[in-house]
Design a protein around this ligand. Structure first.
Ligand code: CA
Length: 222
């Protein structure tokens, strides 16, 4: 899952970024509203964490512009305790949820997961495809009840395929969701990761779940 964090308090931004990276999210950070809007308009994100008080362009204004452009990326607002009006204004402007500062990282993570589940229509934290089970809370992956060890990037790739099951994903879509902006786009990386993932989740389990669509990309099929 790819996250855009728009937050001008550098220490807080760094804390959130490293916490989310530990949870296998790929994170881009913008430190003011203009930069944040640029990122949001030009890169695909699964969620935007948006501070309200920002230099250059405030969070509410940024959010309104995104929604006016029909950008439907879920937005979690960060507000200061005193900004009750901002919360209401934020929700009315198209935010999906808000969190009041100071907050615990665990609460932030829980809110993010809840928003993503709603957005991708996942009833609980377990994705099931045939006899493959992906636990989105613990990142445990099982096939035929056998626990499979994956690296962080392999897990991210599998989760992205599984959330979009039965849908073709191009190499570009895959890299854009699994890596952040700093990543030098090299489509070969996806092929290498797919090969490794196949060895772990498909080899020896009978039915092959990961399908190659020649010249186009990959898909996980039920
Ligand atoms: Ca701020």
């Amino acid at each position: 899952m790819r996250v855009l964090l728009i937050e001008d308090e550098k220490t807080l931004a760094e804390l959130i970024k490293s916490g989310l990276e530990d949870e296998n999210y790929s994170v881009d950070v913008a430190y003011d509203g203009e930069e944040g809007l640029y990122f949001a308009e030009n890169e695909p994100f699964d969620i935007i964490i948006l501070d309200i008080m920002l230099p250059k362009l405030n969070g509410i204004e940024l959010l309104k512009r995104l929604r006016m452009q029909n950008n439907k990326t879920p937005v979690l607002l960060l507000t200061a305790k005193s900004d009750i009006e901002d919360k209401v204004l934020g929700l009315n402007s198209g935010a999906d949820d808000y969190l009041t500062k100071p907050f615990s990282f665990d609460e932030l993570l829980a809110r993010i997961k809840a928003i993503l589940r709603r957005n991708y229509n996942i009833a609980d934290n377990i994705l099931k495809i045939d006899n493959l089970e992906i636990n989105m809370s613990t990142h445990e992956v099982k096939r035929n009840n056998i626990l499979i060890e994956l690296t962080a990037k392999e897990y991210a790739l599998l989760e992205f395929l599984a959330i979009n099951k039965n849908k073709l994903l191009t190499r570009t879509e895959i890299t854009e969701h699994i890596y952040n902006y700093d990543f030098d786009n090299d489509s070969n990386v996806v092929d290498v990761m797919i090969t490794r993932l196949r060895k772990k989740i498909d080899k020896g389990f009978g039915k092959k779940l990961i399908t190659t669509v020649r010249g186009a990309g990959y898909m996980i099929k039920e």
